[in-house]
Design a protein around this ligand. Structure first.
Ligand code: IVH
Length: 678
C-alpha cells in the first residue's frame, strides 16, 4: 500500500507539472501520448484504490488555475469537458449507455445528432450585452477563467457588435462558447519568423494560439493571426433555443463564424460515415482538428441526461487516431538491404497508430540508437507524421524497470555470418559479402520488380525462398529455373508455377534500359539507365565502354561512370551477364528492338506504373499528378490491386496507407519518386 501511495503521489506531481506546462505556460515538454500514459496509470491506481482518491487529484479536475496577471471571471455555467470515444465500438457503447437513460417511450432510433469537427484550439466564452462584446474569458479551471477581452478583440472574425437584424435588436444578454485557433499556414509562417529572429519556436498551432490569447500586451495578440469557430449558446435572454442545430443557425445568423462542416444527422451509421470522411478531409484543412464532436440535437434531452463526472452524457468526442503512441520495444533486429546496408529496426508490442496496427518501426542507424539511449525492453514513444514509416522517437526513461538492456550492432551479418564493416565517415554498416543470401534475395527482388525485368509472381518473399532453397545463386539463375524444381516446393501449385514460368519467359524481351535498371548497379536508376541504353544499345557495348566516354554523356557524372566501369570489370558480373545472354535475354547483344525505338522519344521512366497520392507534398497535388503523367505514369484516386506505388507526403491518409500496407504495395516518399524520375 505504501508503494501504491507513493507511486500515486509521484504521478500526481508529474501530471501537475505537465498541466502547468500545458495550460499555464502553453509550452508542454511531453507529447499528448506520453501524458496519456501517466494519466492512465494514475486513473487505474485510483480505480483499484478508491480510498486514495483526493479532490485535488488531477483526475478530478480539468484545465489549470487562471493566471494571476489576469482578472478572474466566474463562468455562468461551469465548463465541462467531453467523454472520449477512440473507435467505433466506443462510440456505439456511448449510445447504448445513453439510450438506457432516455425518457420512457423513447429509444436511440428517435435521436438526431449534430456532428461538428473538434477544433484543436483554446476554448473561449464570449459575453455580449445589448449586442456589444463586454467580456471574453478563457476556460481556466472550468469554474473560473481569465479575462482576456482586450486580446480577443483583436481577432478579426470575432464580432465586436451584433448588428440589429431583420429579427429585431440583439438580445440584451448573450453568452457564446467557441474555440480560438491559429491556422496551420499562419503557424508555419510564425515559427519561421521566430526562427529567423532567433526566438523560441512552438510545437503546434494550439500552443501558439493559447499563448497569444494569454498575452499581457494585446498588441502581441494582434500581430498573430488567430481565428474562431463558435459552437454553443450558453445563455440568451428572451429566446429559447431547443436544439443544437438551432443554436448553430442562430449563431451564424448573428454573424458568428460557425464551422461549415457541421451537420445534422439522424443515425449513428451516418455519424460513423461522417467521421471517416473527416479522417481524410482533415489532411487538407488549414486548421487542426483532433476528432469530431457528436451531440444529441435535443437540448432539453441533453439537460435531462445530465452528466457523469465532469462530462455531459449527451455528447461525446469521437477522437481521431493519434499520430503518436507509446508501446514496448520488444527487440532490436537488423535488416540487410540489396547493397548490403544493415539497418536496425524495432520489434514492437503491436499498437494502433493513425489507424494502422504497427509492429515495427525504424531505428535508422546505430548512432541514432546510441544518442537516444534506446534499449531493449524500453517503453518508447513512436510517431508517424510526415514520414511514412513509423519511427521510434525516444524511450520513456521514467518508466524503466531496470530490466532494459542496451543494444549493440552485431559483429556479423545475420544472414551470411560474414563480418560487417562501417566505412569511415558513414553512419551505416555494410555486409560486403556479395554472395550474402539476404542481399541476393533483395537483388533478385529488385531485378524482377516493375521498374526492372517485371516478372510477376517473383516478389520479395518468393525470391528469398528460392535463394534459401538453393535454386537461385545469382539473378541469371531465374532463367534456368525448371518447373520440376518448383513443383515440389510447398505452396507452388501447378498454376502458380505455370504463370511464373510464363512471366520469366516474357521478361526476356524487356528493353535494355529495364535490364540495366534491373542489375542494380550503384547509382544507376531508371533515368540513368535510359541515357545509357540510348547511347549503347546493348549491355555488351555498355560493359566495354571507357569511363571517360560515359562521362561525356549529358546527365552522367564521374561517380556513375566509375561505378559502371567497376561493376563491368568484376568477373563475377561478367559471368552472370554471359549466363543471361545464353538464356536468351535479348538486350545483352546488339539488336535494335522496337521498344527501344519508342524509348528514344524521351525518358518515360514511370511508363506503365500507377500511383496513388496521399498526404501533403511540397507541390500541389495537381502539379504532382502532371509531373507523374509527364513521365509516363498514371495517377488514380484509390489504392487497388492495380496500384504500383503509394506516394505518401506528410500526414498521409489513414485509409490509403493501411490499404496499401495490406496489399503489400510499396509506399514511397516524394524524394523516392523524384529519384525514380531522376
Ligand atoms: S462542445 C461540455 N464542440 O473540445 C463541453 N467542444 O473537451 C462541450 N471543442 O476544450 C464542448 N470543438 O473547447 C464542443 N465543436 C465543438 C468543439 C469543442 C472543439 C473543444 C472544447 C473543449 C474540448 C472538449
Amino acid at each position: 500500500m505504501r508503494d501504491v501511495e507513493s507511486r500515486i503521489e509521484v504521478l500526481r506531481r508529474q501530471i501537475r507539472y505537465h498541466n502547468h506546462r500545458y495550460y499555464v505556460l502553453d509550452d508542454p515538454v511531453i507529447s499528448d501520448a506520453e501524458y496519456d500514459v501517466l494519466m492512465r496509470e494514475l486513473r487505474e491506481l485510483e480505480e483499484a484504490h478508491p480510498k486514495l482518491v483526493t479532490p485535488d487529484s488531477p483526475t478530478q479536475r480539468v484545465g489549470a488555475e487562471p493566471l494571476d496577471e489576469f482578472q478572474r471571471v466566474r463562468h455562468v455555467r461551469p465548463m465541462l469537458s467531453l467523454q472520449d470515444a477512440f473507435d467505433e465500438e466506443e462510440l456505439r457503447d456511448w449510445l447504448i449507455r445513453t439510450s438506457k437513460l432516455l425518457p420512457q417511450g423513447m429509444d436511440a432510433e428517435d435521436l438526431e445528432f449534430v456532428v461538428e469537427p473538434k477544433i484543436d484550439g483554446l476554448t473561449v466564452v464570449l459575453t455580449y450585452e445589448d449586442g456589444r462584446l463586454v467580456l471574453g474569458a478563457t476556460r481556466g479551471n472550468g469554474v473560473e477563467g481569465e479575462d482576456v477581452t482586450q486580446n480577443l478583440r483583436t481577432i478579426r472574425s470575432l464580432p465586436l457588435r451584433i448588428p440589429v437584424s431583420t429579427n429585431g435588436p440583439p438580445p440584451t444578454r448573450l453568452v457564446v462558447r467557441g474555440e480560438v485557433y491559429m491556422p496551420i499556414g499562419a503557424f508555419r509562417e510564425f515559427n519561421r519568423r521566430q526562427e529567423e529572429l532567433g526566438e523560441k519556436t512552438f510545437a503546434n498551432p494550439r500552443n501558439v494560439a493559447a499563448g497569444s490569447v494569454r498575452q499581457l500586451d494585446p498588441r502581441i495578440t494582434a500581430s498573430r493571426p488567430l481565428d474562431l469557430f463558435t459552437y454553443a449558446v450558453v445563455n440568451v435572454d428572451g429566446r429559447t433555443i431547443r436544439t443544437q442545430w438551432e443554436a448553430l443557425e442562430y449563431l451564424s445568423g448573428l454573424g458568428f463564424p460557425t464551422n461549415p462542416g457541421n451537420r445534422l444527422l439522424d443515425d449513428l451509421n451516418a455519424v460513423v460515415e461522417y467521421y471517416n470522411e473527416w479522417v481524410e478531409r482533415r489532411e487538407a484543412l488549414d486548421y487542426e482538428i483532433d476528432g469530431v464532436v457528436v451531440k444529441i440535437n435535443d437540448l432539453d434531452l441533453q439537460k435531462t441526461l445530465g452528466s457523469v463526472g465532469n462530462a455531459p452524457r449527451g455528447a461525446v468526442a469521437y477522437k481521431f487516431p493519434g499520430r503518436e503512441a507509446v508501446t514496448k520495444l520488444l527487440d532490436i533486429q537488423v535488416n540487410v538491404g540489396r547493397t548490403g546496408t544493415i539497418t536496425p529496426y524495432a520489434l514492437l508490442e503491436p499498437v494502433k497508430l493513425s489507424g494502422a496496427t504497427i509492429r515495427q518501426a525504424t531505428l535508422h542507424n546505430e548512432d541514432y540508437i546510441r544518442e537516444r539511449d534506446i534499449r531493449k525492453g524500453d517503453t518508447v514513444l513512436i510517431r508517424r507524421a510526415g514520414e511514412v514509416i513509423p519511427q521510434v522517437i525516444r524511450p520513456l526513461v521514467e518508466l524503466r524497470t531496470g530490466d532494459e538492456r542496451p543494444w549493440h550492432m552485431p559483429e556479423v551479418c545475420p544472414s551470411c555470418g560474414e563480418p560487417i564493416i562501417r566505412p569511415e565517415g558513414e553512419v551505416a554498416y555494410y555486409c560486403v559479402n556479395t554472395a550474402c543470401p539476404a542481399q541476393l534475395g533483395r537483388r533478385i527482388e529488385h531485378f524482377a520488380s516493375r521498374g526492372g525485368m517485371e516478372i510477376e509472381g517473383l516478389g520479395g518473399r518468393i525470391a528469398q525462398r528460392l535463394v534459401s532453397e538453393g535454386l537461385l545463386r545469382d539473378v541469371a539463375d531465374i532463367y534456368y529455373l525448371r518447373e520440376e524444381d518448383l513443383l515440389p516446393l510447398e505452396g507452388f501449385a501447378d498454376k502458380k508455377v505455370g504463370n511464373l514460368m510464363e512471366a520469366i519467359e516474357a521478361s526476356k524481351k524487356r528493353p535494355l534500359s529495364r535490364l540495366i535498371t534491373a542489375l542494380g548497379i550503384h547509382y544507376v536508376g531508371s533515368v540513368v539507365a535510359r541515357l545509357l541504353a540510348e547511347r549503347y544499345r546493348s549491355l555488351e557495348a555498355l560493359m566495354e565502354a571507357p569511363q571517360e566516354e560515359m562521362e561525356a554523356i549529358e546527365g552522367i557524372g564521374p561517380r556513375i561512370a566509375k561505378s559502371i566501369r567497376e561493376w563491368s570489370n568484376r568477373p563475377r558480373n561478367r559471368k552472370v551477364v554471359e549466363k543471361l545472354r545464353r538464356a536468351g535475354v535479348r538486350s545483352i547483344a546488339h539488336r535494335r528492338m522496337p521498344e527501344e525505338v519508342a524509348e528514344t522519344k524521351g525518358p518515360q521512366p514511370l511508363e506503365g506504373l500507377t500511383f496513388v497520392i496521399t498526404g501533403t507534398l511540397s507541390i500541389p497535388r495537381r502539379e504532382m499528378t502532371a509531373l507523374i503523367e509527364g513521365h509516363g505514369g498514371r495517377v488514380t484516386g484509390s489504392v487497388s490491386s492495380r496500384t504500383d506505388y503509394l506516394l505518401a507526403g506528410a500526414n498521409p491518409g489513414d485509409r490509403k496507407y493501411t490499404h496499401a500496407q495490406e496489399l503489400g504495395k510499396p509506399i514511397i516518399s516524394e524524394e523516392e519518386l523524384r529519384e525514380m524520375i531522376g
